[in-house]
Ligand binder design. Structure first.
Ligand code: PTJ
Length: 251
């Protein structure tokens, strides 16, 4: 891995790139994953690389949804496995929810490598290699799911998603929680709860909100009180405000 000095002003951001490059070299992340990440970075600039209050509200709603789910499942793709393996495992343990490898650029080998990567990090329950069921209405490989996992789940967490599957999961009657920096993506629009935030920040917040809720603390926000469209509009307003206020200063 390229050594990025911790004093570099963009250390955190550069380290994420390094993790994804390492993910590609390990056969975990798709090359297209780099392009997707670049798009995410651009949106992260627009929100000032921080968690917006709207994203925090969505995180509260997501935590409530996950804690009241009968059968929650966490979907893992090549970017998620490279960027936040420890965090998805911690969340899976907190919720007693399985992880399921589900990738768009499908190869049997990559599914296996992601599963092994998660297990090396301590994951006990990783689905996705059986893929004995299909999500109706999807032509591509993301339709391949485990009958005991995403197929029969009532709530699915889908960090970094393509819109097709999100729409199809909603059509199956499931609740979908998305983590996607693009508030205009089809995923963000279709999901029950969209957390418009960087994957690492969103996962860290989600874990800490769930821990607090489990202790009986927290805001007690009900999912019924959460309006995803309204929340996305708040994010877009925040982006516009930031752009209007941005001063370039002396170069
Ligand atoms: O591993 P695979 O084969 O399943 O492929 C994964 C990718 C991400 C390549 C695939 O799902 C894909 O092509 O996704 P899209 O359609 O490009 O959508 C990815 C979305 O995630 C975009 O809207 C990005 O803005 C967003 N995104 C990228 N990086 C981050 C992010 N959102 C939050 N945090 C990030 N770090």
């Amino acid at each position: 891995m390229f050594r990025v000095p911790e004093t570099h002003p963009r250390y955190k951001s550069l380290m994420k790139r390094e993790k994804l490059v390492a993910g590609i070299e390990a056969g975990i992340t798709s090359k297209q994953g780099l392009i997707a990440h670049g798009r995410g970075e651009a949106f992260d600039y627009l929100i000032g690389e921080r968690t917006l209050s709207a994203a925090m509200k969505a995180t509260e709603a997501a935590a409530a949804l996950l804690l009241t789910a009968k059968k929650p499942v966490i979907s893992v793709n090549g970017n998620v496995a490279a960027l936040v393996p420890e965090k998805v495992i911690e969340l899976s343990e907190l919720l007693d929810a399985p992880l399921e490898v589900n990738i768009f650029y499908w190869t049997e080998e990559r599914v296996r490598k992601i599963k092994e990567h998660l297990e090396r990090h301590g994951a006990a329950h990783v689905l996705g290699d059986k893929a004995d069921a299909r999500i109706p209405g999807i032509e591509h490989a993301r339709a391949r799911v485990d009958r005991e996992g995403i197929y029969s789940a009532d709530v699915v967490l889908v960090p970094l998603e393509d819109g097709d599957r999100c729409e199809a999961l909603i059509k199956m009657g499931k609740k979908v929680i998305a983590i996607d920096l693009n508030p205009l993506s089809r995923t963000s629009k279709y999901a029950t709860v969209s957390i418009v935030d960087d994957l690492e920040r969103a996962m860290a917040n989600l874990i800490s909100v769930i821990k607090e809720k489990k202790k009986g603390n927290g805001k007690g926000l009900l999912v019924e009180d959460f309006d995803n469209k309204e929340n996305l509009e708040a994010v877009i307003k925040e982006m516009v405000k930031r752009l209007e206020e941005e001063e370039l200063g002396e170069l």
